[in-house]
Design a protein around this ligand. Structure first.
Ligand code: UDP
Length: 451
């Protein structure tokens, strides 16, 4: 523990796509602003982080970010999903976080607790301890506007009190936002009772976060066509995209053999396929269609496919694509996307994966599955025009989509035009203006904390 430095405690939602940007924020607050940064995870995440880094040459100091773990009440072997995590967050973790925060009182205290909005249980804990709280939204402004617009949607009769859309235009109430289908609202996942629970989760989140003064977003200025922000409070800091360097702690061991395999492929020839870290199963029939579409495209491909999904592969498939197709369980994604052999990325439109791909100038084939992925997809395809949407994930559509993107690598055709646009978007995000803008926003947050 570093005595004498101001201290910030970071509380991510316990999933890879949330730990990653929170870690990068903590890293930036430590290295750029001198804070002691403490990242708090439940035991089940902490144990996985330790297991996946064992034997690696990672810095034991976690690159300046201290890890703290708190009990979660989960048992070994218990299946971990949205519902068991919600139960742990509501019932087990609050008293342990409170104890942890209080333990700092004799060593200088805590200047701020940064809470992922999906871990809103921690807002009340920090407030009870008398510590200033900042919210963190690990995604784009558009999805924040959608979620924070929920009470207004109920008032206007666009959705009912369980989140069910009542009118065709239910999702299209935010000016300047691309259109979504009613079934694409973020909480409409699974059975009717799952949808109700998820909607109740969002209502709780909105209620708990209405006292927040500050909100840090992993989005960048200009990500939307209409930058008008209808929200007067909290004050928003666009610190994104947070740098996505390979220091990120991961929950699974990376299969680095795939980089050696990529080294042997021609430039811009490979289709990289991944549906992120935690997506609802798309079903064996879809996996089979995707497999056959990749085979028919004739292109080499690198596919992150968990064991649980492999039952969908057609018989004899692995023998047929041997040498041309490589399957791994967990890839070093940022290195893969940065590799010159990768020509396009077939993805689920998770926000981290989206910015990692744009940052590395890759065009996208989109098959959103749930949550914020539909709105991210609408931005990729309809606003930024750097990708193609796959409707049903049928084999012919996959084959055609791959060809549309990859047959224009040299600057001409549809794929070539997308390549120019993705490079322009990358410049907007990562170029001098983008970086200076994000740094200035982080400075402004630090100033706000000091005053
Ligand atoms: N990821 C990875 N290796 C993989 C698959 C995913 O490192 O094989 C990382 C990826 O780089 C990204 C995160 O997992 O940072 C997934 O986050 P995202 O928001 O894209 O999707 P989610 O998993 O939250 O749905």
């Amino acid at each position: 523990m570093v005595e004498g430095r101001p201290r910030i405690v970071f509380v991510p939602y316990p999933a890879q796509g949330h730990i990653t940007p929170m870690f990068h924020l903590a890293h930036a607050m430590h290295h750029q602003h001198g804070f002691e940064a403490i990242l708090v995870n439940p035991n089940f995440i902490h144990n996985r982080l330790i297991a996946s880094s064992s034997g690696a040459t990672d810095d034991p100091d976690n690159h300046g970010v201290t890890y703290a773990n708190i009990p979660d009440g989960l048992h070994d072997g218990e299946s971990i999903d949205f519902f068991s995590i919600s139960h742990a967050m509501e019932n087990h973790m609050p008293c342990h976080l409170e104890r942890l925060l209080k333990s700092f009182e004799t060593v200088g205290g805590v200047s701020c607790v940064v809470v992922d909005l999906l871990a809103s249980w921690a807002v009340g804990v920090a407030e009870r301890c008398g510590i200033p709280v900042a919210g963190f939204w690990p995604a784009m402004l558009g999805t924040y506007r959608l979620i924070s617009g929920v009470p207004g949607m109920i008032c206007r009769g666009l959705i009912d009190k369980n989140g069910t859309p009542l009118q065709e235009g239910a999702t299209n109430f935010i000016k300047g936002q691309p259109k979504l289908n009613p079934e694409e609202l973020p909480w409409l996942i699974g059975s009717p009772s799952s949808r109700r629970s998820r909607f109740a989760f969002w209502l709780r989140t909105i209620d708990r976060c209405k006292s927040l003064r500050w909100l840090i977003l992993n989005s960048f200025h200009g990500e939307e066509t209409n930058t008008e922000n209808p929200l007067s409070s909290p004050r928003i800091f666009h610190v994104g995209p947070l740098p996505t360097h390979s220091l990120t702690p991961t929950l699974w061991c990376k299969d680095s053999i795939c980089i050696e395999w990529l080294d042997k492929q021609s430039p811009s020839s490979v289709v990289y396929v991944s549906f992120g870290s935690w997506v609802d199963p798309i079903g064996d029939d879809k996996v089979a269609e995707l497999a056959l579409g990749l085979e028919a495209s004739g292109k080499p491909f690198l596919w992150v496919l968990s064991t649980a999904w492999r039952s969908g592969l057609p018989e004899g498939y692995l023998d047929r694509v041997k040498g041309r197709g490589m399957l791994v369980s967990w890839a070093p994604q940022r290195d893969v996307l940065g590799h010159g052999a990768v020509g396009c990325y077939l993805m689920h439109c998770g926000w981290n994966s989206t910015i990692e791909a744009v940052e590395r100038g890759k065009r996208l084939l989109c098959y959103p599955v749930a949550g914020d992925q539909f709105l991210n997809c609408a931005y990729i395809v309809d606003v930024w025009k750097v990708g193609v949407r796959l409707g049903k994930l049928e084999r012919g559509e996959v084959e055609e989509g791959v060809k549309r993107l990859m047959d224009g690598c040299c600057g001409d055709g549809e794929g070539g035009e997308m390549m120019w646009r993705v490079m322009a978007l990358k410049e907007q995000m990562m170029g001098r203006c983008g970086r200076l803008g994000a740094d200035a926003e982080l400075n402004a947050f630090v100033d706000a904390l000091a005053n």
